[in-house]
Design a protein around this ligand. Structure first.
Ligand code: HEC
Ligand code: HEC
Length: 476
């Protein structure tokens, strides 16, 4: 008996070691396949802008292979041919993902979005041309609402199963047996569930006007990030240009001046894009901001009549400069909505309650929000790169500069957004005619939040002066 005891002890010890090893291996395999983060680093700030992660893949990313095959499994849920391009995603030739889409491995590769999905414009001279990309311009084409709706529609469909999806993946890529098992029993069912859960945080969209391409609603801040009660307000708003930030220092941020700083607007942008307080990539955001500080506004890519433009400069100085020229006291500041007279919905939507909630939101983090506020109007921005910011005003309700300088009754009450061929006559994107109607979203100014009234500055000028003024605006 005496001799057996130590032997028995050794057996116990061995079993414990084996169990620990097994737990360790299982733990490691689990960690490796679900949580291991592989950072991707893009040397150039432009590539980082287009494809770099801001930390959205963990909370809201879609597994890469599922993302890749969804348009082929559910072409019936897309508005047209071309996969994600039919939702306005823009592809550089030879790239794996469209601009603004990121691929990051967290256990397995996942696809998220970044700032560039909304803040990258395109322009073409002719429908047959390939688009030129304008980094940090507001997108003309991308429809973020249609994109999330596509994902939710797919998740709701009975065809969203491991069989269908793995069959489609098989045409593109040989997943290892282990990966196939992971996809079949964990990744696909969990993704379906996660999308359906995410859909619940977007139900408020269904009772509100559609945004169309190039616009969002501010409600994701209030309802998804801050989780405030739904007050029914409509916050549809046009995407803004982000270049030239050094020259914008001291400007109030966002269309209604809801924050005083770039850094907090960028952090908030990342939260609305799908990053969480814990996943947000601060270093990535810092790189983006440093780059935006120096990024010049894009030059008007067509001819400019310099003589006419210099006549226009005088008109600008008389009629517009007090609110729109750099260095003027009202530039970058809020002009009350009652004064500028444009649609009130967006400014009324953002309340002091929302601002207070935001200022509390990250109180326990190394970064923080302190500068959110509410306002009663809209920021009069400098007009740098204004040619690429069409359609105009905070809600994107006026397709061209020529239309902006018309009396509100003469501005188009219905037009099409989302077509990126440029109209050098009116100065804005082509917004009517067969092609624009075919690819565009019908923008109806009688819908709540879409009014094109107000901002009547310059509308009484003689038509010669308007022409000269528009020529000058092209040079900014
Ligand atoms: C889903 C589309 C979308 C994405 C993605 C997005 N933004 Fe925006 N961004 C907007 C819209 C729309 C506005 C204007 C909203 C308003 O205030 O009415 C805006 C405004 C801004 C502004 C204010 C600009 C100014 O001059 O006041 C900043 C700064 C900004 N975004 C930065 C970012 C950054 C940085 C990211 C990525 C982390 C990002 N955004 C991602 C849609 C987007
Ligand atoms: C009293 C101040 C004021 C004056 C004067 C003024 N504007 Fe504005 N402007 C604004 C405000 C405020 C906005 C934003 C309104 C909104 O988005 O609802 C704006 C918006 C614009 C925009 C849209 C910018 C964009 O990115 O969508 C353009 C273009 C513009 N103004 C041109 C002009 C021109 C040209 C003149 C002179 C004929 C002029 N403005 C005179 C206050 C002014």
């Amino acid at each position: 008996m005496e001799a057996i005891k130590p032997k028995f002890g050794r057996i116990i010890a061995t079993v414990v070691v084996i169990i620990l090893l097994l737990v360790g291996v299982v733990g490691y395999v689990g960690w490796y396949n679900f949580f291991r983060e592989v950072p991707t680093y893009y040397e150039s700030p432009e590539e980082h802008w287009k494809y770099g992660s801001i930390g959205a893949e963990k909370p809201e990313g879609v597994p890469y292979w599922i993302w890749m095959v969804l348009p082929r499994v559910f072409p019936d849920k897309l508005p047209g041919p071309g996969g994600y391009a039919s939702l306005g995603a823009v592809w550089e030739e030879g790239k794996e993902l469209p601009i603004g889409f990121t691929k990051k491995t967290i256990g397995f590769p996942r696809v998220g979005v970044n700032c560039a999905v909304c803040h990258t414009g395109t322009v073409r001279t002719d429908p047959k041309d390939k688009p030129t990309f304008i980094l940090a311009a507001p997108t003309t084409r991308f429809n973020g609402q249609a994109y999330v709706r596509f994902l939710f529609d797919a998740a709701n469909d009975p065809r969203f199963t491991a069989d269908t999806i793995l069959d489609e993946i098989k045409y593109n890529y040989d997943l290892s047996l282990f990966d196939r098992l992971l996809y079949r029993f964990i990744i696909i069912p969990v993704t379906k569930k996660a999308l359906l859960k995410q859909e619940e945080t977007y139900t408020w969209m269904n009772g509100r006007p559609d945004w169309g391409p190039g616009r969002t609603d501010m409600n994701p801040f209030k309802l998804r990030v801050l989780k405030l009660a739904d007050d029914g307000s409509i916050g549809t708003t046009d995407v803004m240009a982000l270049w030239n930030q050094k020259a914008h220092e001291g400007f109030l941020r966002h269309t209604d001046g809801l924050n005083t700083t770039l850094v907090e607007s960028a952090l908030a942008g990342a939260l609305a894009t799908g990053a969480s307080r814990d996943s947000i990539d601060l270093e990535s955001l810092q790189r983006i901001q440093d780059w935006l500080m120096e990024l010049p506004p894009p030059k008007y890519p067509f001819d400019i009549d310099r003589t006419l433009a210099s006549q226009g400069q005088k008109i600008f100085t008389n009629e517009c400069a007090t609110c729109h020229a750099f260095g003027q006291p009202r530039t970058g500041q809020v002009i009350p909505a009652v004064e500028v007279g444009t649609d009130r919905n967006r400014t009324d939507h953002w309340t002091q309650e929302a601002a207070d909630a935001f200022n509390e939101y990250a109180a326990n983090y190394t970064w923080d929000f302190n500068n959110f506020r509410a306002s009663d109007g809209y920021v009069a921005l400098a007009l740098d790169g204004v040619w690429a910011r069409a359609p105009y005003l905070h809600n994107g309700s006026i397709p061209s500069l020529q239309d902006l300088l018309e009396n509100p009754e003469k501005r188009p009450s219905v037009f099409y957004r989302g077509y990126d061929v440029y109209d050098t006559e009116k100065v804005g994107f082509v917004s009517d005619g067969t092609q624009a109607e075919k690819v565009g979203f019908k923008y109806d100014t009688s819908v709540q939040g879409n009014s094109n009234q107000g901002h009547v500055y310059g509308t009484e000028l003689p038509s010669e002066d308007k022409k000269a003024l528009i020529e000058y605006l092209k040079t900014l």
